[in-house]
Design a binder for this molecule. Structure first.
Ligand code: H2U
Ligand code: ZN
Length: 349
């Protein structure tokens, strides 16, 4: 038998952030593809749409009118999944347990432009968005009943996003949700045993190895994590650990905005399409406890695999057993690294 070769042989990889394993089958990524490969026609959206409930001056559900906003615009979600004014209560009947959950849901339109996604905005414009994330994290987190804040962007119809006007959401709530609880537990345990931060040590090793780096800026690094499950999954991590975006100065926050723009630009350039994804920032809970062991980071989970139309389904084995991928994280990082940082719709004459 030949020696184990991680680039070609089936193996499982460990995700130390959530404490779970996943399956990699590199040889399957090399099989011929007979499916469709076409690039769809570019979607042309207007800068302003009279029928869009997120555009400036338009009416939202319930009759509220948006102001004539010029930068990013934040409002409380008219269909909030979690609301602040419900009665406390719980059911505790053996196998039947339930608890009331309070919170606040907000929506942020990235800009007044109905047709400009993050990679099509300037870094100054993205900075204004991220600056608002910082403010919302601080303000919402200061509320006594808010212990966790999830900021996320759901982009594209493939991800079930119903409105093309570029926006993100904030769900601030009483409980720390499941995935973040796992990340919290694993970062805490690592810190208690080693005395260093898990993601700081991870970034240091990745910067040394240079096998999975997609882009490096002054303060941040974008990489395909060793344990990535989605084909072109990316994480943005600070080079020097910080518990949340609240601890970034404007210089660092600007650099983070540039990184957000570059990652999404590379994504669009990969299949010359507006690349769908779910992305979000994981940060220290706002429960007033000490979170020195935390490193904030941003995850990008995009479903596309082979082309603008062929996506990876997390079904079958993934739903019943554990996540699985074909091409390795190293191969994906290599492809993403090669892509330019000028958006493909800007014609180079
Ligand atoms: P989607 O993420 O579903 O595309 O919609 C944007 C968000 O805007 C969504 O969370 C909210 C939806 O609840 N929304 C309002 O708050 N007011 C409206 O008038 C329509 C949509
Ligand atoms: Zn709009």
């Amino acid at each position: 038998m030949e020696q184990f070769d991680i680039a070609n042989d089936t193996h499982r990889r460990y995700n130390p952030l959530i404490g779970e394993w996943m399956l990699v089958s590199p040889h399957r990524g090399k099989r011929p593809w007979l499916g469709q490969q076409e690039t769809p026609a570019r979607q042309q959206l207007p800068e302003y749409d009279t029928n869009c409930y997120l555009c400036p001056g338009n009416e939202r559900a319930g009759g509220v009118k948006n102001p004539q906003y010029r930068g990013p615009f934040v409002f409380t979600n008219d269909f909030s999944a979690i609301t602040p004014n419900i009665s406390d209560g719980n059911v505790d009947d053996g196998l039947f347990q339930a608890k009331s959950e309070k919170g606040i849901c907000r929506v942020i339109c990235f800009s007044p432009y109905h047709n400009k996604t993050i990679p099509q905005l300037s870094t100054d414009e993205v900075f204004q968005v991220v600056k608002l994330w910082q403010k919302e994290y601080v303000d919402l987190g200061a509320k006594e009943f808010i212990n966790h804040i999830q900021i996320f962007e759901n982009k594209g119809a493939a991800m079930g996003c119903s409105n093309p006007h570029p926006h993100c959401q904030i769900w601030a709530q009483q409980s720390v949700p499941e995935i973040v609880t796992k990340e919290d537990y694993n970062q805490k345990t690592y810190y208690e045993t080693k005395g260093t931060q898990l993601l700081q040590d991870y970034v240091d090793r990745e910067l040394e190895k240079k096998e999975r780096i997609v882009f490096e800026s002054k303060y941040f690094v974008a990489l395909v994590p060793f344990w990535a499950t989605w084909p072109f999954e990316i994480m943005i991590l600070p080079k020097h650990s910080k518990p949340s975006i609240a601890s970034l100065n404007d210089d660092e926050l600007y650099d983070f905005s540039e990184m957000y723009r570059i990652v999404t630009c590379k994504y669009d350039n990969l299949f010359q399409t507006s690349f769908p994804y779910s992305a979000g920032v994981h940060q220290a809970p706002t429960d007033g406890k000490n979170h020195d062991y935390w490193t904030f980071h941003m995850h990008f989970y995009p479903p596309l695999f082979r082309s603008a139309t062929v996506k990876k389904f997390m079904v079958g084995y993934e739903m019943l057993a554990e996540p699985q991928r074909d091409i390795t994280a190293e191969q994906s990082a290599e492809r993403l690294r090669q892509l330019g940082v000028v958006h493909y719709t800007i014609d180079k004459k």
